[in-house]
Design a protein around this ligand. Structure first.
Ligand code: ADP
Length: 159
């Protein structure tokens, strides 16, 4: 059984993430999407909200499971019996960052490979940080997030 993990902050999940998840689900028997909350990064959405949005946005994909963890990416992969880490690349900026992370992870566990998928052109400028900024200024983000996530975000804006 070929298992991969797709780690990230998903604050919130975007259609760009969903595209990567759909494409990796075709390459692996199981894809575990994991919100890693071990960094100092402050999030706009709580862990529970981010997990709920992820589950909504990926409920149409059979071989995908969403969860969270507070450990290291490679340790989580090992625990799950996965030997691949999926990451998405939108630009040269992502490339440099992802190469560093992949090298560190390879150093920590050479049995686990990082697999990079290039962003679909239509999502290449979509990022969680851009969506967070738009939400702050009450802008319509419906073109960039799943429908259920959009509804949840709209309710959040009204709070
Ligand atoms: P992190 O904080 O670990 O970068 P993110 O949730 O921002 O987590 O992203 C998780 C992964 O998804 C990263 O590899 C990122 O490059 C990728 N990604 C983010 N947005 C997109 C997008 N629009 N298209 C393709 N990949 C993306």
């Amino acid at each position: 059984m070929k298992k991969a993990i797709f780690p990230g902050s998903f604050d919130p999940v975007t259609l760009g993430h969903v595209d990567i998840i759909e494409r990796s689900a075709k390459l692996f028997d199981e894809v575990i999407v994991v919100i890693l909350h071990n960094s100092e990064k402050k999030s706009l959405f709580s862990l529970e909200e981010r997990l709920r949005y992820l589950q909504h946005a990926t409920s149409h994909i059979g071989n995908v499971r969403c969860t969270s963890d507070d450990g290291l990416t490679v340790a989580f992969a090992k625990k799950e019996g996965a030997n691949a880490i999926i990451r998405g690349i939108r630009s040269i900026k992502d490339y440099e960052y992802e190469m560093d992370i992949a090298s560190i992870n390879h150093h920590m566990d050479p049995d686990i490979e990082t697999i990079v998928l290039f962003a679909d052109a239509k999502y290449s400028y979509v990022s969680s940080s851009m969506i967070r900024e738009m939400i702050r200024y009450q802008q319509d983000v419906s073109a960039f997030v799943d429908e259920d996530v959009y509804e949840a975000l709209k309710n959040k804006q009204l709070q």
